[in-house]
Design a protein around this ligand. Sequence first.
Ligand SMILES: NC(=O)c1ccc[n+]([C@@H]2O[C@H](COP(=O)([O-])OP(=O)(O)OC[C@H]3O[C@@H](n4cnc5c(N)ncnc54)[C@H](OP(=O)(O)O)[C@@H]3O)[C@@H](O)[C@H]2O)c1
Length: 272
Amino acid sequence: METSETPPAPHARGPRRRALVTGASTGIGAAFADRLARDQYDLVLVARDAERLEALAKRLEARSGIQAEVEAADLVVASERARVEARLADWAPDLLVNNAGFGTVGPFAELDLDREVSEIELNVVALVRLSRAVLPRMVERGHGAVINVSSLAGESATAYNATYGATKAFVTSFSESLHEELRDSGVRVQALLPGFTRTEFQERAGVKVDRLPEFAWMSAEAVVDASLEALERGAAICVPGVQNRVLSVAQRWVPRGLRRRAIAALGRSAME
Ligand SMILES: NC(=O)c1ccc[n+]([C@@H]2O[C@H](COP(=O)([O-])OP(=O)(O)OC[C@H]3O[C@@H](n4cnc5c(N)ncnc54)[C@H](OP(=O)(O)O)[C@@H]3O)[C@@H](O)[C@H]2O)c1
């Protein structure tokens, strides 16, 4: 990701656009921040790990000549989330990337309930609240965009990953609905549905993925490039990567019960 670009003069190309990215400390969120800085967006970077965010902000400012501010917040905690909501309403960015999220793996009846609820708080509640904080000003201005990072996992029931798949089904449905509500408003809403992407996600979820073939994976940078290209086209849904698009279309032809059982079998084998 490192290049030795000369930073352009501040505002050399007119007033810069502004974006707030959640989950920007690593993975897909950090890749969004990197690409948006190259595209001359000023940034607010949100995640829990302030040190990582500060290091990224400094690097992007030095490389791309943009302004990058850090808002360290745990988006599961209502009071910390409220700070980010207030900042969104006040700063009124051109783009919000609701990317922060995590997954849990295992039989639901055995998983820690508080962690499952936190997963819903982050993947769903924070995304809804942040969207609501930013949209009124975007609609008023007739311009802006929200990218909600969902997952291919939201396309089917995901046994042994039940809460995660359900949160992502919510995110995709919610985003598609907003896309239609805002169709004539000048505001774009996209659901981004990545498949397996090389980040810290799988390790944090404690899922074994070493048996997956290389072609199943994408880089976070390629996911972000596909998302921003789809945003230009005004697409409601972005499924990045040919392999993921084939999977997404092919699974629609598999009867629902069979698909459910096949995914459950895969889930069981990933835990062995
Ligand atoms: N990787 C994949 O295969 C894959 C596939 C489909 C969809 N996705 C989705 O892509 C999004 C990004 O995931 P990733 O793959 O980049 O995972 P990742 O590498 O684990 O990054 C997750 C990001 O979310 C932040 N985060 C986690 N909990 C948070 C909290 N309570 N409050 C604020 N920020 C929090 C993390 O930062 P801190 O730890 O510093 O807070 C980190 O920046 C997620 O929504 C995920 O569901 C990923």
